[in-house]
Write a protein that binds this ligand. Structure first.
Ligand SMILES: CCCCCCCCCCCCC/C=C/[C@@H](O)[C@H](COP(=O)(O)O)NC(=O)CCCCCCCCCCCCCCC
Ligand SMILES: Nc1ncnc2c1ncn2[C@@H]1O[C@H](COP(=O)(O)OP(=O)(O)O)[C@@H](O)[C@H]1O
Ligand SMILES: [Ca+2]
Length: 562
């Protein structure tokens, strides 16, 4: 077949007007040739139904000026030849068939589907249909656009999808079928879908059974808990395949190559919200289709040299641990369980004693009190990621852990805490759009430890309320925040080798309450909330693994659509 020219320029009809349409390696543009020409009634409009109606073209695309449009090739979803006979145009608010005259004059059409930016970081699938009188010209254009799309090698072709039918409002299956399937089909993505039948089904399948070579990525439909399952399966599988022992807290873990996409259908959806800017299934599906990639830090959590869990968002002891433990009993309430347990936990006002030790990350760019935030293409993440990989290289040359790391000073904070939170990312979510640590980075190799010391209910409420306003939630005397690469927590009432938290509670409960006759405390230790899962131990050792996994995301874009 004849080789396509590098740039295609042709004239096509659109909205009954003539447009000059240009395609090069980077952009598809269309520009009205005679902008003043009056619109003829019954004209062709570029919003219409083709099979199923994806979305109205709202002319919100970046780079749109009046009569001129520009779509990056990297944001084209698909191109299709269009049957002119079946096209319905929207005119004066009503769907109408195109006039016979137009059909006869311009019987050849093709439709381009592309990403449109809407409000609050939402993406939608827009479309535009060009009409012409020459069948060969249409064929040449469709072919050329398809060729450009085939050069987008970062796009996934075959995906493994896990759906949690019980997450959030139990809508996972419906959300996937009604909002995602048609987009994947349009983008020629094939899928193997597994609807989970029990907790840890996805994790175990990934860990031992799934033939990962077959896929270009994994998609999970659910909340943060479901995402956690998927990355546990994927990280464990990658380490096993590479002979790395997860139980060794100081071992360098091997990065996972397969990207993971999250179709939000959970209760908090913090990971999706903080990496894309919104928890919206269509937006997530489009980020998967265009083949976005965002690296993510992962914390490993160990107890006495035994691996417990990984965390990518919140590791919270005290307040958020107690909320989670209480809310698990109220799953039937759906996402509202967190508000209910939140108020209950706030009123109970428990504090916990213990020691937090950490190595402050001093050699990196960024600080938890920064005003600038982690955004798409973040310089801080790139810089610190580079620094981190250089350190790792040096270590492997010398063999063993670098001296620098061991020599770094450990800070020790002892006290009574309402909450100890480690946020590896902002933890932005619909409840708090700026998150627990607004300046935290997705991929800088660090986590922000937020210590909330014992204070009055009123002061704690002030701190909580500031998560929902512009005020600085760290600018309070009882709050400390540190950016770290590693930390340890030791509860005052330590667990012995073989006992778990429940045994400790039993053992110490009587003694504590003898010491404080008026106290209403129910437990001496809290639980760790690890991305929405409860850990079995209170004493933990945590290390950050810089950019261990990758998501189908690009970080939050600086400027959203109008
Ligand atoms: C008074 C208003 C205070 C608003 C404070 C909001 C801070 C919210 C920060 C939330 C960070 C969430 C980090 C992510 C955690 C998720 O991994 C994890 C699992 O998600 P999944 O169920 O989708 O699987 N989710 C959670 O652990 C849920 C945390 C929910 C926190 C809700 C907090 C509500 C607090 C209400 C306090 C009310 C005081 C009222 C006084 C009269
Ligand atoms: N088929 C299933 N039945 C019961 N639990 C499941 C199933 N699939 C996954 N889970 C578990 O459900 C929990 C919550 O899932 P998630 O999708 O995060 O919803 P939510 O955001 O409402 O917590 C996770 O711990 C996950 O392991
Ligand atoms: Ca981080």
């Amino acid at each position: 077949m004849e080789k396509q020219p590098r740039i295609l320029v042709s004239q096509f009809m659109l909205k009954n007007r003539v447009f000059e349409v240009t395609l090069n390696r980077l952009f598809l543009t269309w520009k009205e040739l005679n902008a003043r020409k009056k619109r003829v009634s019954g004209s062709i409009h570029n919003t219409f139904k083709v099979g199923f109606c994806l979305a109205k073209v709202l002319h919100r695309t970046r780079g749109v000026t009046s009569g001129s449009h520009c779509v990056p090739v990297s944001e084209i979803i698909a191109v299709q030849e269009t049957e002119v006979d079946n096209i319905q145009t929207k005119d004066e608010g009503k769907w109408q068939k195109m006039s016979q005259k137009t059909v006869e004059t311009y019987p050849y059409a093709f439709t381009v589907f592309y990403v449109e930016r809407a409000r609050q970081h939402r993406w939608r699938c827009g479309n535009v249909t060009f009409f012409c009188s020459d069948g060969l010209l249409r064929q040449q254009w469709v072919q050329a656009i398809k060729e450009q799309l085939s050069l987008q090698t970062c796009r996934p072709k075959h995906l493994l999808v896990y759906i949690n039918p019980y997450g959030g409002k139990q809508q996972g299956k419906q959300i996937y079928e009604q909002k995602v399937v048609q987009l994947f089909t349009l983008a020629s993505i094939s899928t193997d879908v597994i609807v989970t039948e029990r907790a840890n089904h996805a994790r175990d399948h990934l860990k031992t059974e799934a033939d990962l070579k077959k896929y270009d990525g994994i998609v999970c439909v659910g909340g943060d808990g479901m995402f956690s399952e998927v990355i546990h399966g994927l990280i464990s599988r990658t380490q096993t395949d590479s002979g790395v022992d997860q139980n060794c807290a100081h071992e360098k873990l091997v990065q996972c190559n397969l990207r993971v996409g999250i179709i939000p259908a959970g209760s908090t959806d913090c990971i999706c919200y903080a990496t894309i800017g919104i928890n919206d299934p269509v937006t997530s599906a489009l980020h998967i289709i265009v083949g976005d990639s965002q690296a993510l830090d992962v914390c490993s959590v160990h107890h006495n040299d035994t691996f417990l869990k990984y965390s990518v968002s919140l590791l919270g002891y005290g307040f958020y641990g107690d909320i989670l433990a209480d809310s698990e009993k109220k799953r039937w309430m759906g996402p509202a369980r967190y508000d209910f347990s939140g108020i209950k936990t706030f009123l109970s006002h428990h504090y916990y004693e213990g020691t937090v030790s950490f190595q402050p990350a001093t050699d990196i760019l960024g600080n938890p009190r920064d005003k600038t935030k982690c955004r798409s293409g973040c310089y801080v993440c790139q810089h610190n990621g580079q620094l981190f990989s250089e350190e790792i290289r040096d270590e492997s040359v010398e063999g063993g852990v670098s001296e620098n790391e061991d020599e770094r000073e450990w800070k020790v904070v002892k006290g009574k805490f309402l909450a100890i939170n480690a946020a590896s990312m902002s933890c932005a979510c619909p409840r708090s759009p700026k998150g627990l640590s607004p300046a935290a980075h997705l991929a800088d190799g660090t986590t922000d430890i937020i210590l909330v010391r014992k204070c009055s209910r009123l002061n704690f409420l002030r701190h909580l309320l500031r998560h929902t306003s512009k005020d600085d939630q760290f600018d309070l005397t009882f709050i400390e925040v540190h950016r770290v690469r590693k930390f340890k927590f030791t509860p005052k009432y330590c667990e012995s080798e073989d006992t778990d938290v429940k045994d400790v509670r039993k053992k110490l409960f009587s003694q504590i309450c003898r010491d404080h006759p008026a106290c209403s405390c129910t437990s001496v230790n809290s639980n760790w909330n690890c991305d929405g899962e409860i850990l079995d131990h209170a004493a933990v050792e945590v290390g950050v693994h810089c950019q261990l996994i990758k998501l189908f995301a690009r970080g939050i874009e600086e400027k959203a659509g109008v």
